[in-house]
Design a protein around this ligand. Structure first.
Ligand code: F0G
Length: 461
C-alpha cells in the first residue's frame, strides 16, 4: 500500500442546484470565433463550454446570499440593506465611511475625480486597465513602482506585488509629494498574475507615505486572496486568521475602491471606502451624479444584502483555502504538462506566458490574443488576453509594449469542479503540442478606450 503523504482540501460546500453546460463542437467554435473577430470578449456565452474569461461577477452565491436577496429593502432612500452593508464593511475591513457603487470602476471614477488634479502623478504597484484610465481621465499620470520581479514571469519571488520604495522615493524627489495625491496599491495584483503584496512591504510603505504626507488608496478587489498568501508564505503570519489579516492590511491604508464582483462573491456591486470625512463628503455629493443616491449607489437593496453576506463568507479560512487551492491545482497540472506559466501561481487564475508558448509570434501580432483564440477553438474554454491589447495606448497615441504577454485562465469562485480543471489543462497541453502551427493576428478594428473589450482581429496568412 502507498503511504499517505498528504491530506487534501475539499470544497467547504455541497451543491444544491446545478446549471447545465453547453457542449460545443469544432465547426460551431470555428464559426463563432470568426464572428467574434477572434476576440474572446465578443463570443456569446452560449458558444462557450468552460468560461474562464474572468472571475468578475461570475461567482456562485450561497443559499444564505440568495435568501438575503429576498430581504431586499427597495426603498429609494435609507434601505436597511445599506446599513447592513455599511456595518459589515466597518467591522470586516475597518474603513469608516462607505459609498456603494454599481461596480469597482464606479468607485474609481468618483475617487479619481475627487483626489486627482491635472498634472498629478499616481504611483502604483502595476496598473489595472480601468483604474489607470480613470486616473488619466482625471488628469493624472500613472507611474509603475512595483518591484522588477513582477515583470519576470519565471521569477518565483513570493511577493511579486511588492512596491519598490526606491522607485517611489525617486518620484517623490522628482515631482514633490504635493503632486502625488495618493499611492495606488492593489492587493493580489491582477496584471502581474494575481501576485500578493507582503504585510512587511505594506508597513514600510505606510511609514514612508506617513512621513511624506501621502495617502494610500487600496484596490481591495482581491484582498482576501492576498491575505491567504500572507498567511501561507510570510514569516510570522501563520497564526493569524484570514479575517485578522484582511483587517490588518486595510489598516495600513487610508481608503479603498472595491469591485465586490470578485472577493465578495456577488454578481454585481462595489463601493468606495474612506477614513477621511472631507473626502467622504465630496464623494457623497458626487455619487448622486454618477451612480445613484448615497444609500444605494446604483445597486438594488437586494444586491447590497447579498454583498454584505458575501463579504463575511469571503474571509472564512476554509473558503479561501479551497478557492486558491483550486487555482493551484490547475496551475500544477499545467506545469506537469510543461506549459510555461507565471510563477508562483497567483490567487485568481493561471497566467500562461504566451511569449514562451509561441516564441515565433512577435508581440505586434498579438501573441496572447492568438493563443486565447486557439484554446477556444480546441475545447470551447474561454480565456482572456492580458498583454499588448489590454495595455492599450499611451495618452500620446503610442502603443504600450508590456513585458508580460499573457493568457489569463481566471477561475470563478465556487463554480467549477476539479474535473473541469483536468479538462482545461488537457486542452492547453493539446494546443501546446501543435504550437508551431499557430499563426499571429492583425487588428482590424480598434475602439478608443479599453480596446481589449471590443477590438476585432483576423488571422494572418
Ligand atoms: N480593480 C481590479 C484589480 C480589477 O480586477 C477590476 C476588474 C477592477 C478594479 C474594476 O472593477 O469590473 O467591478 O468595474 N477586473 C475584472 C477582471 C474586469 O476581469 O479582471 P469592475
Amino acid at each position: 500500500m502507498k503511504p499517505i503523504t498528504k491530506r487534501s482540501w475539499a470544497e467547504p460546500y455541497k451543491i444544491k442546484m446545478v446549471e447545465l453546460l453547453k457542449m460545443t463542437g469544432p465547426a460551431q467554435r470555428k464559426k463563432a470565433l470568426k464572428e467574434a473577430g477572434y476576440n474572446t470578449f465578443l463570443l456569446q456565452s452560449e458558444d462557450v463550454y468552460i468560461d474562464l474569461l474572468t472571475d468578475s461577477g461570475t461567482s456562485a452565491m450561497s443559499d444564505r446570499q440568495w435568501a438575503g436577496m429576498m430581504l431586499g429593502d427597495e426603498a429609494y432612500a435609507g434601505s436597511k440593506n445599506f446599513y447592513h452593508l455599511e456595518e459589515t464593511i466597518r467591522s470586516v475591513y475597518g474603513y469608516q465611511y462607505i459609498i456603494p457603487t454599481h461596480q469597482g470602476r464606479g468607485a474609481e471614477n468618483i475617487l479619481s475625480k475627487i483626489l486627482i488634479k491635472k498634472g498629478d502623478i499616481i504611483p502604483g504597484n502595476m496598473y489595472f486597465t480601468t483604474t489607470r484610465l480613470h486616473q488619466e481621465l482625471a488628469g493624472g499620470k500613472f507611474e509603475d513602482i512595483i518591484i522588477d520581479e513582477a515583470h519576470q514571469p519565471e521569477n518565483e519571488f513570493p511577493f511579486k506585488g511588492n512596491v519598490d520604495l526606491s522607485k517611489l522615493d525617486r518620484l517623490v524627489k522628482k515631482y514633490g509629494a504635493k503632486r502625488i495625491p495618493y499611492v495606488s496599491i492593489a492587493t493580489s495584483v491582477n496584471m502581474a498574475g494575481g501576485q500578493p503584496i507582503s504585510l512587511q512591504n505594506l508597513k514600510e510603505l505606510r511609514a514612508y507615505t506617513k512621513k511624506n504626507g501621502i495617502r494610500i488608496i487600496h484596490d481591495m478587489t482581491r484582498v482576501a486572496e492576498n491575505a491567504y498568501f500572507i498567511q501561507q508564505r510570510e514569516k510570522g503570519q501563520q497564526h493569524k486568521s484570514i479575517k485578522q489579516l484582511v483587517k490588518e492590511i486595510c489598516s495600513y491604508t487610508d481608503g479603498a475602491t472595491m469591485s465586490a464582483k470578485k472577493d465578495a462573491l456577488v454578481n454585481i456591486g462595489g463601493f468606495m471606502a474612506i477614513n477621511d470625512w472631507d473626502v467622504f463628503e465630496e464623494a457623497r455629493n458626487m455619487v448622486v451624479v454618477y451612480e445613484g443616491l448615497h444609500t444605494y449607489g446604483g445597486l438594488a437593496g437586494r444586491d447590497m444584502e447579498a454583498m454584505a453576506i458575501g463579504i463575511k463568507e469571503s474571509v472564512d479560512d476554509n473558503h479561501i483555502q479551497a478557492r486558491v487551492g483550486q487555482v493551484i491545482y490547475l496551475g500544477e497540472k499545467m506545469i506537469e504538462y510543461g506549459i510555461p506559466i507565471v510563477k508562483p501561481i497567483g490567487g485568481h487564475g493561471i497566467f500562461v506566458d504566451a511569449k514562451k508558448f509561441l516564441p515565433h509570434i512577435p508581440q505586434n501580432q498579438f501573441t496572447a490574443q492568438a493563443l486565447a483564440a486557439e484554446i477556444y477553438l480546441d475545447s470551447g474554454v474561454r480565456t482572456m488576453e492580458r498583454g499588448i491589447v489590454s495595455a492599450g495606448r499611451k495618452t500620446n497615441g503610442e502603443n504600450y509594449y508590456p513585458k508580460l504577454e499573457l493568457v489569463r485562465f481566471t477561475i470563478p469562485r465556487r463554480v467549477y469542479t476539479q474535473a473541469h480543471m483536468d479538462v482545461i489543462a488537457e486542452s492547453v497541453a493539446r494546443v501546446y503540442d501543435r504550437r508551431q502551427k499557430i499563426k499571429g493576428l492583425k487588428m482590424v478594428y480598434e475602439p478608443k478606450y479599453l480596446r481589449f473589450f471590443q477590438a476585432r482581429f483576423e488571422p494572418l496568412k
